[in-house]
Design a protein around this ligand. Structure first.
Ligand code: 0RA
Length: 691
């Protein structure tokens, strides 16, 4: 890191703003939410401060402990938060930093350096303190251990020296407040993904993570408890990691330069994949919506590769320039910038707005990438070759797409033949069900509300888009129908305003084939219609797995757990089921079961009435397992899966595009060994594919 950003610091520089009451009143304003995300956010806040210390070159090891009591402890070997008395507050700097909102030396927005500490809101440790029922800070400085404890942001006593030490550094332990958070359970896998990313961005620092929780959430139970992230390669190692299941073209290219606007670092590598994966950061904050640094990067990449291709006559005089999309096919890149006063914009405040960073990134990439290509002619030729291939494919795809669009237009507003469209033309109230198979399609067509529900049956498997370019994709009838039905186009001419349905529902059977088709569809949406996922328009229908009937009453169960709880409600233990059934056949039933059965009748989804006055003769429990949607009649399908007032649908969300990309590359890409490995390691855990 450049040294220019480290400056002399003293306790007086801390800007005093306000106390912590507003934080507890409106936690969402400061940490986004009080669910698990907010909980994780607190951990990031504390760790990010230590990362800052590492970035400034003062610390190289951070230890994170998830305690069995629900607390988290973060220790670094940096300079230690100052403990001297702050002129304005007349309190120790440590206390000031941890009890006053927006206080903090280098993270206070003064001029002494880049404000690097971050996360979504970049609010700092005082906010975490306010939202913790208990916090303890230890500072190892000047041979002493200084300590202060807090409850809900309030110090229990002044900072005091409690012992001697040779160590230097800071340890912050905090216990999130049960009164504030909806859950106290953190997800190790989510935390690890963040720590790994931070370790890449801070070359040379070691992040050690230890999970000491006795009871871990289900998704963590198979994970080791101890981790160490350390990457000497920094973001080059990140790019290598992004491409590790892919076949690379040339080496990872790494560029860095300090400009007057800020510091720019870029790593990139091409592979034989089709998709591009460019991940951007500003001051270590993942800018998922991109921004000026991304714009500058794209512009420079296109310009530099075209210039090189022309100069070396890979592009003939009469040939058109490569487009931005051509030079991004198969690209993995990490763009990381650091600047003094980052402006975050966009829906989720994760889009960099500083105009000067476009120029900075553009200048650095133009200069350094051109240099690299000159110095590595063989890699350069392979890269240009890959881009030319992409350009040719794009032209072929354009022709194919134009044909599709023309066909769509020719067929007028009637769209693909097998689409049963809805009558409403207001996209905001329209839904399209993408249904597996003609028979289920038939049931869905009869069962639907034709006012606002459209049905598109797909025959068999759709094409695996992970292994095909757009042109081949568009030659596939199933994919083609879907694209025309959606109405928003694809590729270069996509327009979400033309989308004909604001809810798109994937409805497949609850078996292996259904899961495969669902995955293929999810891949298609992830790769080509990501905006529909980002805006929450994609859903997966949840047809019931069982119909459980007893006498005249029946209930639907959507999961095995559901089934168990219904049976329990009816007073039938799973283990007794067999027995109970036998018993009924011979003798009728016992009092106790009868009582429970009556209660069960009051539950939702019951059928029939007046069963209460009937003398119970039979209590045979019948459990029907639905193997396919086709086994349900139209009414049942409507009632259980399509009726907006009763159905359960899973909205497809994506917390982490990078993880999703890795999953799709692994699951749907051409390489078999990684897929095998993935399936072997995850087979147990797969319930819902959460992308
Ligand atoms: C301001 C000044 C100095 C260190 C820090 C902040 C600091 C903060 C944190 C938060 C977590 N770990 C940290 N380590 C250091 C340095 C003052 C000096 O010694 O000159």
């Amino acid at each position: 890191m450049a040294d220019t950003k480290t400056q002399a610091y003293d306790a007086n520089k801390i800007q005093v703003l306000e106390g912590l009451e507003p934080v507890r009143k409106r936690p969402g304003m400061y940490i986004g939410s009080t669910d698990q995300r907010g909980l994780h956010h607190c951990v990031y806040e504390i760790v990010d401060n230590s990362i800052d210390e590492a970035m400034a070159g003062h610390c190289d090891h951070i230890i994170i402990l998830l305690g069995d009591d629900g607390s988290v402890s973060v220790e670094d070997n940096g300079r230690g938060i100052p403990v001297d008395i702050h002129a304005k507050t007349k309190k120790s700097a440590l206390e000031t930093v941890l009890t006053i909102l927006h206080a903090g030396g280098k993270f206070g927005g003064d001029d002494s350096g880049y404000k690097v500490s971050g996360g979504l809101h970049g609010v700092g440790s005082s906010v975490v303190n306010a939202l913790s029922s208990y916090m303890r800070a230890e500072v190892y400085r000047d041979g002493k251990v200084h300590m202060q404890e807090y409850e809900r942001g309030k110090p229990k006593a002044d900072v005091k020296a409690i012992g001697k030490t040779e160590k230097r550094g800071t340890k912050i332990q905090f216990l999130p407040d049960k009164q504030i958070f909806d859950t106290m359970t953190m997800s190790l896998s989510v935390l690890l993904a963040h720590f790994r990313q931070q370790a890449y961005l801070t070359r040379g620092v070691t992040l050690s993570v230890m999970d000491e929780r006795e009871k871990r959430p289900e998704e963590d139970t198979e994970l080791p408890r101890l981790y160490r992230f350390h990457f000497d390669g920094g973001i080059s190692a990140y790019v290598r990691h992004l491409n590790h299941e892919k076949q690379g073209i040339g080496d990872v290219i790494w560029l860095e330069k300090e400009e007057k606007e800020g510091f720019v670092e870029v790593a990139l590598q091409y592979s034989q994949a089709f998709q591009d994966q460019t991940i951007t950061f500003a001051n270590n904050i993942h800018t998922t919506e991109g921004g000026t640094h991304l714009t500058g990067f794209k512009a420079a990449l296109t310009r530099t590769i075209n210039a090189y291709a022309r100069k070396e006559a890979f592009l003939k005089e009469k040939e058109e320039n490569l487009t931005a999309d051509d030079v991004r096919e198969g690209l993995a890149a990490v763009v990381s910038v650091r600047l003094k006063d980052p402006q975050f914009e966009g829906q989720t405040k994760s889009k960099l707005g500083n105009a000067e960073m476009k120029t900075a990134v553009e200048t650095v990439v133009n200069e350094k990438l051109a240099e690299y290509l000159e110095e590595h002619p063989s890699d350069a030729r392979d890269i240009v070759g890959k881009c030319l291939l992409a350009a040719r494919a794009r032209l072929a795809a354009r022709a194919a797409r134009d044909a599709v669009i023309r066909k769509g237009a020719l067929e007028g507003m009637t769209l693909p033949g097998k689409l049963a469209d809805c009558s409403s033309k207001d996209p905001s109230e329209c839904e399209i069900f993408i249904v597996e198979g003609d028979s289920a399609g038939g049931s869905a067509k009869q069962g639907r509300n034709r006012e606002f529900q459209a049905i598109l049956p797909l025959k068999g498997k759709i094409l695996n888009v992970e292994q095909a370019r757009l042109d081949k994709m568009l030659a596939n009838n199933e994919v083609k129908s879907l694209i025309i039905a959606l109405g928003m186009g694809i590729g270069e001419v996509k327009d979400q305003n033309k989308l004909r349905y604001h809810r798109i529902v994937i409805m497949t059977d609850a078996d292996v084939d259904g899961a495969h088709i669902r995955t293929l569809l999810l891949t298609l949406f992830f790769r080509y219609f990501r905006e529909l996922i980002d805006t929450g328009k994609l859903f997966v229908a949840q047809p019931p797995l069982y119909k459980i009937s007893q006498g005249k009453q029946s209930r639907y169960a959507f999961t095995d757990k559901d089934k168990e709880s219904i049976l329990k409600e009816w007073g039938i233990a799973e283990a007794d089921l067999q027995e109970a059934q036998e018993e009924t056949e011979e003798t009728g039933e016992t009092e106790e079961v009868d009582e429970k059965a009556k209660k069960g009748k009051k539950g939702k989804g019951q059928e029939g009435s007046g069963a209460n006055d009937e003398k119970p003769r039979k209590k045979k429990v019948n459990i029907q397992r639905y193997k396919g949607l086709g086994e349900m009649n139209p009414d049942q399908l409507w009632e259980t899966t399509m009726d907006p007032t009763k159905r359960i649908m899973l909205r497809v969300t994506m917390d982490d595009a990078e993880a999703a990309d890795a999953v799709f590359s692994t699951l749907m890409g051409p390489e078999v060994p990684p897929r095998k490995k993935f399936i072997q390691t995850h087979a147990k855990g797969v319930k819902n594919l959460d992308i």
